[in-house]
Design a protein around this ligand. Structure first.
Ligand SMILES: NC(=O)c1ccc[n+]([C@@H]2O[C@H](COP(=O)([O-])OP(=O)(O)OC[C@H]3O[C@@H](n4cnc5c(N)ncnc54)[C@H](OP(=O)(O)O)[C@@H]3O)[C@@H](O)[C@H]2O)c1
Length: 173
């Protein structure tokens, strides 16, 4: 299982139900990475998708504790244990955790890799990703050349979980 996220210099990821920045190349990268794959998100992130519709050409899994929450084209899991059972159906490498804060935090220990778009700004934020630079378990193994969109500097980075703790299969939780 992998995670994909865009963060600012404080590892902020959002404010209210909005992203901090919209960078076309980042959106394209997200699409390229997740197309044909399985995306796992919290109900909060689902609510912020354009038109509250599932992401096209992907298997969409939403975590919600609300037993009445339902939506066409979505698989709903009501707990991390239920998610773990559902994910046994798919190759772990094809599963992407796509947010938000609460779901990233809970599932990060089971991820082998994180694709981070690092935006070189500091925004007002109230949702954060774990600062991987402060975690011994995580190591940056790739950083792209600096990029620029509308005077916003950013780069694509890849972190790997050096302990590979999710080799204890997520399904065995
Ligand atoms: N920068 C990025 O790459 C990125 C990506 C995605 C999202 N975001 C940002 O992240 C923010 C949203 O994050 P968030 O933490 O507020 O919301 P979230 O993680 O997307 O969703 C939280 C909801 O997920 C459900 N949930 C969480 N853990 C669960 C569990 N163990 N079992 C069952 N259901 C569970 C609950 O839904 P119920 O209330 O229905 O029970 C909970 O209220 C927004 O600002 C968004 O823009 C940023």
């Amino acid at each position: 299982m992998k995670a994909i996220v865009a963060v600012d210099l404080n590892w902020g990821i959002g404010c209210g139900d909005s992203l901090l920045e919209r960078i076309p190349e980042d959106m394209a990268f997200f699409k390229q990475m997740t197309l044909g794959k399985i995306v796992v998100m919290g109900r909060g992130t689902f609510e912020s998708l354009p038109g509250r519709q599932p992401l096209k050409d992907r298997i969409n899994i939403v975590l919600s504790r609300n037993r009445y929450f339902n939506h066409n084209g979505m698989i709903i899991c009501h707990s991390v244990n239920e998610l773990s059972d559902e994910l046994k159906k798919y190759p772990a490498d094809d599963v992407f955790v796509i947010g938000g804060e609460s779901v990233y935090t809970q599932l990060l220990p089971y991820c082998t890799e994180v694709y981070v778009t690092k935006i070189e700004n500091r925004y007002r934020a109230d949702k954060y990703f774990v600062n991987l630079d402060k975690e011994q378990t995580w190591e940056m193994v790739f950083k792209s050349a600096p990029k620029n969109y509308n005077n916003v500097q950013y780069s694509f980075e890849r972190y790997v979980n050096v302990k590979r703790c999710n080799e204890i299969s997520f399904g065995s939780l």
